[in-house]
Design a protein around this ligand. Structure first.
Ligand SMILES: NC(=O)C1=CN([C@@H]2O[C@H](COP(=O)(O)OP(=O)(O)OC[C@H]3O[C@@H](n4cnc5c(N)ncnc54)[C@H](OP(=O)(O)O)[C@@H]3O)[C@@H](O)[C@H]2O)C=CC1
Ligand SMILES: CC(=O)N[C@@H](CCC(=O)OP(=O)(O)O)C(=O)O
Length: 342
């Protein structure tokens, strides 16, 4: 019997991407779609690339509209998921693509998001140690932020192998879809095209505590993180360049061996051959993650670089991958590692 899935926030970028993936998922039947300001609109007017769903009309985002499904994906702005989720019942699998249930420390949540902490759910980054076991059979999933996905997958093998000191410096570039579809002046074409600019510099970005949480759990101690995000003139993609001071005795060979061990059996993470570097175009529309790592002997630092599609592995692909695990399906069902580069 098909898994019936509803999508709240179907008019947005994350909601649209999860629908694109669910349309290709052999076990899923797409049920109710909801919006906010666009409730009552045809999906075809909002997501014209989703042709098979063009005549669906968006309902209001209410627990009543979302009832009666096996899975509900929430692609809503931060702070909007908890009130909906708590009325969906314990037997429904709720997959939150927002931030509401990612952080464990209520103080971190309140500092970066400015509202009371709603709780913590199993974290939808299956590649992290212990994550798959927590997702199996779970009825609640917190999908990671797009930057924490890229950064955690670039750096966690170094902490798992205890070859890096507990401090990391990260500079990551994101495509503009990472900021959502709602109009904002700094996302105008005239502002973004032909220009790159950082934001949230100096510890101000809300994804910093999520990275510290993920890397610290693997390292077994707090990992200090300096994170600088950058807006890049492209619609999709994240390129994360991460570095950490190498532990004593580390060599180029031991660094590579740590990453080979971590990613030998991962269906979506591809450790590139030596000399080849991650590129966002290579993972466009795919759930793949490209990773490369090098040891910069001159400064004694490990340099780990990853590329993802922020909307696919960084949001909707990670959500579907985690749903598959929770439902006991093959983890790769409905997902591809094939990109659409020219
Ligand atoms: N874009 C990305 O790369 C990533 C996004 N995410 C997360 O996914 C979630 C959605 O992001 P994204 O799709 O980019 O954002 P968009 O702005 O593109 O979409 C937001 C969606 O939420 C709806 N919405 C807006 N306000 C409310 C409200 N007050 N109550 C209920 N629904 C509302 C909108 O409906 P309408 O259009 O009808 O008003 C729209 O469907 C966010 O939590 C985001 O952090 C996570 C990782 C990456
Ligand atoms: C380019 C851009 O603006 N990106 C967003 C991150 C989007 C994302 O993954 O994260 P959330 O799910 O936490 O919103 C930002 O920096 O806020």
């Amino acid at each position: 019997m098909a898994v019936r899935a509803a999508v709240a926030g179907a008019s947005g970028y994350a909601g649209g991407e999860v629908l694109r993936l669910l349309l290709a998922h052999p076990e899923v039947e797409i049920g109710t779609l909801t919006g906010n300001s666009n409730a009552g609109q045809r999906l075809g007017a909002l997501q014209p690339h989703l042709l098979p769903l063009a005549d669906r009309v968006l309902a209001e985002t209410t627990p009543e509209a979302l009832a009666g499904h096996d899975v509900v994906f929430l692609a809503l702005p931060h702070g909007q998921s908890a009130a909906v989720a708590e009325r969906l019942g314990p037997d429904v699998l709720v997959v939150d693509m927002g931030a509401d249930f990612r952080l464990k420390d209520p103080a971190d949540w309140e500092r970066f998001y400015g509202s009371p902490h709603a709780g913590t759910w199993p974290y939808g980054l299956p590649e992290l140690p212990g994550a798959r076991a927590a997702l199996e059979g779970s009825k609640r999933i917190a999908v990671p932020g797009c930057y924490p996905t890229a950064v955690s997958l670039a750096l966690y093998p170094a902490y798992a192998a205890q070859i890096a000191e507990p401090e990391a410096v990260i500079v990551a570039a994101s495509g503009t879809s990472g900021a959502g579809k709602a109009p904002k002046a700094h996302l105008l074409g005239s502002e973004v095209m032909g220009s790159m600019s950082p934001y949230g510099v100096g510890g101000g970005h809300r994804h910093t505590p999520e990275m510290i949480q993920n890397l610290g759990a693997v390292a077994g101690e707090r990992v200090a993180v300096s994170f600088t995000p950058t807006l890049a003139p492209m619609p999709r993609g994240i390129l994360a360049t991460c570095s950490a001071k190498a532990a004593a005795g580390v060599t180029a060979e031991s660094v590579r061996a740590a990453y080979q061990k971590a990613y030998a059996d991962e269906p979506f993470v591809h450790l590139l051959p030596e000399g080849q570097w991650p590129a966002t175009a290579s993972v466009h529309g795919s759930n793949a993650v490209q990773v490369q790592v090098a040891y910069d002997e001159a400064v004694g630092r490990i340099i780990a670089i990853s590329a993802i599609d922020n909307l696919t592995k960084g949001t909707a692909g990670g959500a579907v991958q985690s749903m598959n695990i929770a439902l006991g399906l093959d983890e790769s069902t409905g997902l591809t590692t094939i990109g659409v580069a020219p």
